[in-house]
Design a binder for this molecule. Structure first.
Ligand code: URA
Length: 209
C-alpha cells in the first residue's frame, strides 16, 4: 500500500494555521491557499523522473536534466479543487488540467458525475488529483474511479487537510494512490466536517456562506 505524506514544512504549517482561523478573510484565505499550493506542489512533484538533454550554455555543451515523459495532469475535483489548481499551474505551467464534477444523490448518497473533461491520453500521464479536504473521501474515491475508468493508472492525491476516516476509506479503495496532505486532523464530526478543520473550504475561498 502506498502511504500518506504529511508536508510538515514550517511555512506550510504556519500558513495553514492562519487559514484555519475563523476571522481570516476570503481574500486572505484565497491568497494563502495559492501560496500553500506552491509548497504542496513542490512536495507532490518531488519524485518526478528526469532525463537528460544536450544543451548549450554560453560556455559549452552539457547534458542537462529535464522532466521525462508527457506533461502531467492536475485533476481538480470541483469546485474546491480549483483553489489548489492556480498555484499548481504557476509551478508547472505546461501541465494539463482535468475537471471532475460530482454531486451527491440525496437518496442513494452515491456520487454522480455531472462534468468530466480530461486529456484523452490519461494512460500516458501522471495524474495529480486535487481537492483541499479529504473528509468522508466519497468524492475523492469517485473522482479517482472516474479517472481510472478513462485510463489513468499513475495517480497521486493532494489535499490540504485529511481526516483519519477519509484516509482509511480512500486507501482501502485506492491502495495504489499515495496521499499528500498538510495535516491529518482529529476526526470527522457528525455532519461530515473535518475537526478542528477550517470549515467549508469552498465557502471560505469563494465567500459563499
Ligand atoms: N469539505 C469541507 O470543505 N470541509 C470539511 O470539513 C469537510 C468537507
Amino acid at each position: 500500500m502506498n502511504g500518506v505524506t504529511v508536508v510538515s514544512h514550517p511555512l506550510v504549517q504556519h500558513k495553514l494555521t492562519i487559514m484555519r482561523k475563523k476571522e481570516t478573510s476570503t481574500a486572505g484565505f484565497r491568497r494563502l491557499l495559492r501560496e500553500i499550493s506552491l509548497l504542496l506542489g513542490y512536495e507532490v512533484t518531488r519524485e518526478l523522473e528526469l532525463t537528460t538533454t544536450e544543451i548549450e550554455t554560453p560556455l559549452q555543451t552539457m547534458q542537462a536534466p529535464t522532466l521525462e515523459g508527457k506533461k502531467l495532469v492536475f485533476a481538480s475535483v470541483l469546485r474546491a479543487g480549483n483553489g489548489l489548481l492556480e498555484g499548481l499551474l504557476d509551478l508547472v505551467p505546461a501541465a494539463r488540467v482535468a475537471h471532475v464534477g460530482l454531486y451527491r444523490d440525496h437518496d442513494t448518497l452515491e456520487a454522480i458525475e455531472y462534468f468530466f473533461k480530461a486529456p484523452s491520453d490519461l494512460a500516458d500521464r501522471l495524474v495529480i488529483v486535487v481537492d483541499p479536504m479529504l473528509a468522508t473521501a466519497n468524492s475523492a474515491i469517485s473522482a479517482v474511479e472516474k479517472l481510472k475508468q478513462r485510463g489513468a493508472t499513475n495517480l497521486r492525491f493532494l489535499c490540504l487537510l485529511a481526516a483519519p476516516e477519509g484516509i482509511e476509506r480512500f486507501t482501502k479503495a485506492h491502495p495504489d494512490v499515495p496521499i499528500f496532505t498538510a495535516s491529518i486532523d482529529e476526526r470527522l464530526n457528525e455532519k461530515g466536517y473535518i475537526v478542528p478543520g477550517l470549515g467549508d473550504a469552498g465557502d471560505r475561498m469563494y465567500g459563499t456562506k
